[in-house]
Design a protein around this ligand. Structure first.
Ligand code: 4NP
Length: 162
């Protein structure tokens, strides 16, 4: 079993989108028994809440169901539990690296390192912006999700990071 944790700040916009999109791709590939997906936020502002309705709606238009996801905060034992801990932006990455025990640091990376089409390094936070931001999140997340899945399939269950 490979375990993947997607992380943003609030766990209501970007990381739930990554969670839902990647889980969908994993299911389509018939790998739901081999790859486990979760998401969390570095902040606790929205713990227990459903994802932002704008994220849920835009994801739904592309066939992804985020409705069951509830926000949670990154926990100390997540660094043991997960094999891949993937940050949406550099700020999330720095916060995770500061929390992460030294022996697990190699698990923590930027999610868009797995992107193949877009050159962006960060998924921009759409929370305070307009609807276009949520579409951009989906575009970037779909691209990196495909790249990540290809790496995991190639690794054959080994947990080497890119
Ligand atoms: P997310 O977006 O990190 O993509 O979930 C945010 C949602 C809420 C807040 C910040 C970012 N907030 O400060 O409440």
């Amino acid at each position: 079993m490979i375990k993947v944790l997607f992380v943003c700040l609030g766990n209501i916009c970007r990381s739930p989108t990554a969670h839902g999109v990647f889980e969908h791709l994993v299911a389509q590939a018939g790998l739901s028994d081999s790859i486990r997906v979760e998401s969390a936020g570095t902040g606790a502002y929205h713990v227990g809440e459903p994802s932002d309705p704008r994220s849920v709606q835009e994801a739904s238009k592309r066939g992804y169901d985020l409705s069951a996801i509830r926000a949670q905060q990154v926990k100390a034992n997540d660094f043991q539990r997960f094999d891949y801990i993937l940050a949406m932006d550099h700020s999330n990455l720095a916060d995770l690296k500061a929390l992460c025990p030294v022996e697990h640091q190699s698990k923590v990376a930027l999610f868009l390192d797995y992107g193949q089409v877009y050159s962006e390094q960060e998924v921009p936070d759409p929370y305070y912006g307009g609807g276009k931001g949520f579409l951009k999140v989906l575009d970037l997340v779909e691209d990196a999700s495909q790249g990540l899945l290809a790496v995991l399939i190639k690794s054959g269950g080994e947990t080497d990071q890119v």
